[in-house]
Write a protein that binds this ligand. Structure first.
Ligand code: ADP
Length: 163
């Protein structure tokens, strides 16, 4: 039987930090469902469809990577995917409190589901989608942190549209 896990998140937009976690998870699991959260309460720069499209493009060559979106409780989605593993990335200690709170809440909601945390390469430990958006809007070159096509989408959205 194939080992499958779900990696949920906003991915607004994806960065090499996300890709690093995806690659690491695929060394442990046969299939990884990268699931973009449809969270109407969270303001995002890119639509769910755009984020899904970018993730599909960035993971095209990765065997076992599947991109999807979901709404509602993540634990319900994980169950619908017939697995019991949820992957999250941990960068800095600053991530810990939020991730700990969320993992324990999810465990209360669904005790059969395990959250597994993975650490990225140290080069991506300080990287976040939020930081990338700020850097691009200030004119920085972020090609070391996101694929070139994502950088172009960011520039178009943040600079050319709002001169
Ligand atoms: P969310 O809104 O769910 O936090 P994000 O896209 O910001 O969505 O993050 C999704 C997951 O990926 C989280 O577990 C987050 O800690 C992790 N993540 C984000 N950026 C990085 C990175 N640079 N390195 C490792 N993990 C990361």
């Amino acid at each position: 039987m194939k080992k499958r896990a779900v990696y949920p998140g906003s991915f607004d937009p994806l960065t090499y930090g996300h890709i690093d976690i995806i690659k690491r998870a695929l060394r442990v699991f046969d299939e990884l469902i990268i699931a973009v959260a449809r969270n109407p309460g969270k303001q995002t720069l890119f639509s769910v469809e755009e984020r899904v499209r970018m993730l599909k493009r960035a993971t095209r060559g990765l065997k076992g990577a599947i991109v999807d979106d979901f709404d509602g409780l993540v634990v319900d989605y994980v169950r619908r995917q017939r697995t019991n593993v949820l992957i999250r990335g941990l960068r800095m200690i600053s991530d810990f409190e939020y991730e700990f709170q969320m993992a324990l809440t999810n465990r209360k909601l669904a005790s059969d589901i395990e959250t597994i945390f993975m650490m990225p390469s140290e080069s991506y430990c300080y990287l976040s989608s939020k930081l990338i958006k700020e850097a691009v809007s200030l004119g920085a070159d972020v090609s070391a942190f996101v694929p070139r096509f994502v950088e172009r989408r960011l520039e178009f959205r943040l600079i050319r549209k709002n001169p």
